[in-house]
Design a protein around this ligand. Structure first.
Ligand code: AMP
Length: 216
């Protein structure tokens, strides 16, 4: 099973990708997470990517393609979920070519649909663990989670790029550069759109039905 999760920042790709990966027992590859790790470790990639990320801009395609090629070359299984990649038509074309070289192809491109105002709210309330990087669910009234991480006890922080001004920029970039991928994958007959503006469990049930239906 090879699938990609598409959707605006804050549409639930990370949360749903992690649950789906656990269920299908395949890894999730998140370019955003790989870049954040590189930034934390201050590697050459991290130093290069940091400025783009903090301004809500995309890291250049050639850098991202180099990163993905490295990760896919080192993979231990032919099944994986791609979260946050591809984000441009050039990356999607690069991915098709890369997979073709391995004799593989993509089964699904799943888009999580959530209205823009909802994702702005979600992202400004999002907190992540500074240790294990897990997302902490907001409180029932929508305010940010407080206290230590439920997984590992680490401190919860706000991602630098989740500040409202940067979120708006990221959404603009999404509309301009990433939303065209919906048409790209629709033309390949691979696109499924799922209403992501529902409780996490309900969205996950839909995802499972889709991928399990395919495995049946
Ligand atoms: P994410 O966690 O997926 O929202 O990614 C955080 C940031 O990392 C994005 O706003 C971009 O600056 C950068 N990034 C992640 N994935 C990509 C990608 N596929 N192409 C370009 N930039 C990316």
């Amino acid at each position: 099973m090879r699938l990609i999760l598409l959707g605006a920042p804050g549409s639930g790709k990370g949360t749903q990708g992690a649950r789906l990966a656990a269920d299908l027992q395949i890894p999730t590859i998140s370019t955003g997470e790989l870049l954040r790790q590189a930034v934390t470790k201050n590697t050459a990639l991290g130093v290069m990517a940091r400025g783009f990320m903090s301004q809500g801009k995309l890291v250049p395609d050639d850098v991202i393609m180099g990163l993905i090629r490295e990760v896919l070359d080192a993979r231990t299984t032919d099944g994986f979920i791609l979260d946050g990649f591809p984000r441009t038509i050039a990356q999607a074309e690069g991915l098709d070519e890369l997979l073709g070289g391995y004799g593989l192809d993509l089964r699904f491109a799943i888009a999580l649909d959530v209205a823009q105002e909802k994702v702005v709210k979600r992202l400004s309330a999002r907190r992540v663990c500074s240790e294990c990087r897990a997302d902490a669910n907001p409180q029932p009234d929508g305010s940010p989670a407080t206290g230590p991480c439920g997984n590992c006890g680490g401190a919860l922080i706000q991602r630098e790029d989740d500040r409202e001004e940067t979120v708006r920029k990221r959404l603009m970039v999404y509309d301009e550069q990433t939303a065209p991928l919906l048409g790209y994958y629709a033309a390949q007959g691979k696109l499924t759109r799922i209403d992501g503006d529902r409780p996490v469990d309900v969205v996950f049930d839909d995802l499972l039905r889709l991928v399990r239906g395919d495995q049946a």
